[in-house]
Design a protein around this ligand. Sequence first.
Ligand SMILES: *Cc1c(COP(=O)(O)O)cnc(C)c1O
Length: 400
Amino acid sequence: MPVALRQVHGPLGYAWNLPEAAMTETPIEDEPLMLTPGPSTLSARVKRAMLHDYASGEEKMVSTIAFCRDYLLDICNGKGSHTAIPLVGSGTSGVEAVIGGFVPENGKLLIHTNGIYGDRLLEVARRIRTPHASFRTAPYTPPTAQQFEEALRADPAITHVMVVHCETSTGIMNPLAEIAAVCRRMGKSLLVDAVASFGAFEIDARALAFDALVCSANKGLQAPPGLAWVVAKRAALEETKGNGHSLTLDLWDQHQHLERTGQFRFTPATHLLLAMAEALREHAEEGGVPARQARYRASWRRLVDGMRQMGFSTLLDDAVASPIVATFHDPDDPAYAFSKLYLGMKQRGFVIFPGRLAAANTFRIACIGVVTEADIGRALDALAETLAEMGVRRMGRAAA
Ligand SMILES: *Cc1c(COP(=O)(O)O)cnc(C)c1O
C-alpha cells in the first residue's frame, strides 16, 4: 500500500514530503490500550502534565525532583538509610550504572538469570568488563535460597549478587526476601533489578538491606519511559566514588550534585519529571503499592481465567506467576499466526506482545498501566472475535 505523503514547507522555504501518519495527531482517548509490559498506557492526566516548559534550575523543577526522590524512598522504607537517584535513560541505563558503579575493580559479581532480563545483566557486565560469574536456573520455576548458597560457596571471590525481581520475559517472581537473607548471612552485597516490580510490590529497603535497586518510570509507576531510578544505600554509594566506568552513568557524581544543588548534572528530562511526579501523586491517590498490586492482580486473574476458559494454557503455574504479565502458549491450530492476532487486536483497540526467545511460541498480555479488570474483559471479547475471524478453533498448546 503506498504511504500517503503531504508536502510541508519549512521556515527557510525548503519543502519536505512527510508521511500523512506523521502529521496527524490521534486524540488521547482514541489511542489503543497497551497490554504490554512497558511502556504502558498512561492516564490522560499524566500525559497532560508534560505540556509545560521549564528551565533546568527553576524552583518548579527542583521541587519536582525532590518530591519524586522522596516518594520513591517512602514507598520502599528507604528514608535515612537509602537515597533515590534519577538518570535519563531506560531501565537498562540504571542497570548499567549500578553494575559499573557498585562492583569495584577488585570485586566480583554473581549474576543469577532465568530469563531475558537476567541475561541482560550478564550482557552489561561483559560489555563493561565487570568481573563476574553467573548461574542459570530453570525459566519456569523460581530459584531456591539453597542454589544461591551453593553458588556463593563455590566461589569465595564473589562480593556482590545481582538478581531480577520480576523476570518480565516470562512473568516469574524470583524470591527476593530469601535471596537477600542468604546475602546477609554470607556477607555479600545485594543488587536488584526491580524494574518490572517496583511500585506494585512491597519492597523494603531496610529489611532487604540491598546496596542498590534499579527501577524505571514506565512500568508499575505508570510514568512515561525515559527515566531510570536507582535506590542506593547511602553508605555503599559513598564507597563507589571514582568507580564509575562512565561519566553520564556515574551515580555517585549525579547524587552529590543533586544533594548540593537539587538538580541533575546535565540537562534533566524536564517534561518526563513533571509527568513522573503526576504519576506518583496518582499512585498515592490510588492507595499506594497495595492498591496498585490489587488492581493488577484483579486484571491478571480475569485474564488468566478467561484465557483458560477459551482453551489457552499459561507458561507458568499461578503460584510462581506475577500479576504484571501473563505468557500464553500459541494455539495448536494451523490458522494461527501471532501477526494476525496482533493486527486484529490492534484494530479493536488493544496492543499485545509476542513472547521472548526464552519462551518460544508464546505471546504475552500485560496488566500494567491504567488497565482495569473491565478493560481485560473487553480485551478477552476482542481476542475471541479476532480468533474467530482468523478461523482458529483449537486454542490448546501443541503437544511437545
Ligand atoms: C523493562 C525491564 C528492564 C529495562 O528494560 P529497558 O528496555 O531498558 O527499559 C530491565 N529489567 C526488567 C525486569 C524489565 O522488565
